[in-house]
Design a protein around this ligand. Sequence first.
Ligand code: AAT
Length: 284
Amino acid sequence: MLNLWFTEEWTPECRFSIKIKEHFHTEKSPFQQLDFFDSYEFGKFFTLDGIMMANEKDEFVYHDMISHVALATNPNIKKVLVIGGGDGGTVREITRYSHIEKIDMVEIDERVVRLCQKYLVQTSCKLEDPRVNLYFQDGLKFVEDAKEKSYDLILVDSTDPIGPGEGLFTKKFYTNCFRALSEDGILINQHESPYFDKEAGQMKRAHKRIKDLFPISKVYQFHIPTYPSGHWLFGFASKKYDPIADHKPEEWEKFGLKTKYYNSEIHKASFALPTFVKEMLEES
Ligand code: AAT
């Protein structure tokens, strides 16, 4: 039997490997290297520039946590902007709310979307929902051109701040997000991992920029085996709503959604952070 492994270098001294059945697609787009695999433990997955993006086994953790925390804080969200998220998993979760009117998704690399539509149907299955509008351009430019107060929620489902995702971690980008958000607006963004130095530095920088702009800026955590260290963070920033003081579990439960990771206890608990993470955020 073939002994093929995919390995991601989490640090120069620490690697994560997955035994693969098949490496069935590889190509280079104008933006990045795309690879699709089938594996024993995580099912099908894809990588960009050699970094795990989504796999069939644990994508539910990330997509639940990027989507439902905001909707349980403000259940009246109607207009949503997703930046990145080419696999469609975030859009899939947002389409589950029938009251949501519009979902714009801005993905820099059309090839990610097209290949996920072909190979990762589990995540891409709702990209054809009539409320979804796909734009293939840089998210940085899109929010710069967006009308003032045109979205209630912006979800930044981006790659790490190396390569095409770099601009999505800048002060300019967050400033434009603030402008594009309504008075009720919420911004959820990638905060990377607190564990390894590289990601922790990125987290601190992202947090400082957002904290300086938004009246409310919190961080929440979740556990996902295939991202570096398995301990990952999102930022919750808003103009008005606090994710704990304004949490509306009864209203959210009325939506009747069955979720595999998110629930009302996790909502509260995810904002309780380990001391070393709190200290890092205070330093930022
Ligand atoms: N849903 C989890 C998967 C991702 S994919 C992130 C997407 O962001 C990619 O498809 C990438 O092409 C897109 N992207 C990167 N830069 C930009 C940009 N400037 N504008 C719009 N889209 C962009 C996230 C994985 C997280 C990885 C954690 N290690």
